[in-house]
Design a protein around this ligand. Structure first.
Ligand SMILES: CCC/C=C/C(=O)SCCNC(=O)CCNC(=O)[C@H](O)C(C)(C)COP(=O)([O-])OP(=O)([O-])OC[C@H]1O[C@@H](n2cnc3c(N)ncnc32)[C@H](O)[C@@H]1OP(=O)([O-])[O-]
Length: 297
């Protein structure tokens, strides 16, 4: 009981969340050591016995990474990170065919320079928090996963993807007439190597699950209905390793890539704002958004 009260207090202290004004519909429920947390766009269920949380993205139509989404995601992750009982998190989607469509293109169109800067800082923060998490992170990719969606999966420790040829994964930025920034590129290079990344980025290549497995962009395929179960099995294998040894190893492997962004963070924001405010880029993004809408007709 004492432990439960201590836990409730720590969750209530996380009332800092409300200051951000994004968690208006948040509900916290405590059942013994299990925890459930809901925001508008994300739900988190923590199993106190296993120490594993499932973070489910539920922002229709395509779990696009808007400023609000990124803020809710980052805060949810921070809360799990602060919870000593949580050792691993599985990321997945509640939507039937989409893991995440990547950055919300409407956040990059027709807005002010100040907005673009705030948006980009949130994208950086999201990447930094997930990339440097002490928890084991496993992506259960149960749908398509372009651009920022692929980035989210790539920063996880392990990726399980649904073996459905209708789904695809990759950094397709060049197809939108934009350029993946250096830390997107670094994240992909660290996973599949320089040559494959160079081809994939120049072509904006979207891999089928089978091809993604072949080049190592994902670690394992599973039938669509088994993705989360397989992710849980993988999670238990990773959690069998002592936390401190795994943390130090992860941090040693990731530090140079993390440091590169941290050192160049402001310059990266300036560069994004200069890029995205160009008329030619605004035109490309508008045309791409329009083409997405036309596809449905
Ligand atoms: C330097 C910058 C680096 C950039 C990184 C990025 O991540 S750039 C991001 C690169 N990302 C991409 O290139 C992904 C583009 N998206 C897709 O390829 C597909 O949507 C899909 C395969 C994800 C899902 O197919 P599906 O048949 O299930 O769904 P659907 O196609 O019918 O779309 C439903 C609705 O969602 C809308 N919408 C979609 N995506 C976005 C978005 N990112 N944002 C906003 N809106 C988006 C779409 O317009 C439509 O709106 P409507 O008409 O209802 O008002």
């Amino acid at each position: 009981m004492a432990a439960l009260l201590k836990r409730s207090a720590s969750l209530l202290r996380a009332g800092a969340l409300q200051k951000h004004g994004v968690l208006t519909k948040q509900a916290l429920c405590l059942f013994s050591t299990n925890m459930r947390m809901f925001t508008n766009k994300i739900s988190v269920e923590m199993d106190g016995t296993t120490g594993v949380a499932v973070l489910t993205m539920k922002s229709p139509p395509v779990n696009s990474l808007s400023l609000d989404f990124l803020t809710e995601f980052t805060i949810s992750l921070e809360k799990l990170e602060m919870d000593k009982a949580c050792r691993g998190v599985i990321l997945t989607s509640a939507l039937p065919r989409v893991f995440s469509a990547g950055l919300d293109i409407t956040e990059m169109c027709g807005k002010s320079a100040e907005h673009y800067a705030a948006f980009w800082r949130a994208v950086q923060e999201f990447w930094l928090k997930l990339y440097t998490s002490n928890m084991v992170t496993v992506a259960a990719i149960n749908g398509s996963c372009p651009a920022g969606g692929c980035l989210m999966a790539l920063v996880c420790d392990y990726r399980v993807m649904a073996d459905d040829p209708k789904f695809s994964i990759g950094l397709n930025e060049t197809k939108l007439g934009i350029v993946a920034p250096f830390w997107f590129k670094d994240t992909m290079t660290n996973t599949i190597g320089n040559r494959e990344t160079e081809k994939a980025l120049q072509l904006g290549y979207m891999y089928s699950p089978a091809d993604a497995l072949k080049v190592g962009l994902v670690d394992q395929l599973a039938s669509a209905d088994k993705v989360e179960t397989v992710a849980s099995t993988v999670m238990s294998e990773w959690l069998a390793i002592p936390d401190h040894a795994r943390h130090l190893t992860k941090s040693m492997m990731r530090k140079p890539t993390r440091d590169r962004l941290v050192t160049h963070r402001d310059a990266d924001i300036t560069s994004f704002v200069n890029f995205v405010t160009k008329d030619s880029i605004q035109k490309s993004l508008q045309m791409y958004l329009e083409s997405l809408k036309q596809r449905k007709r």
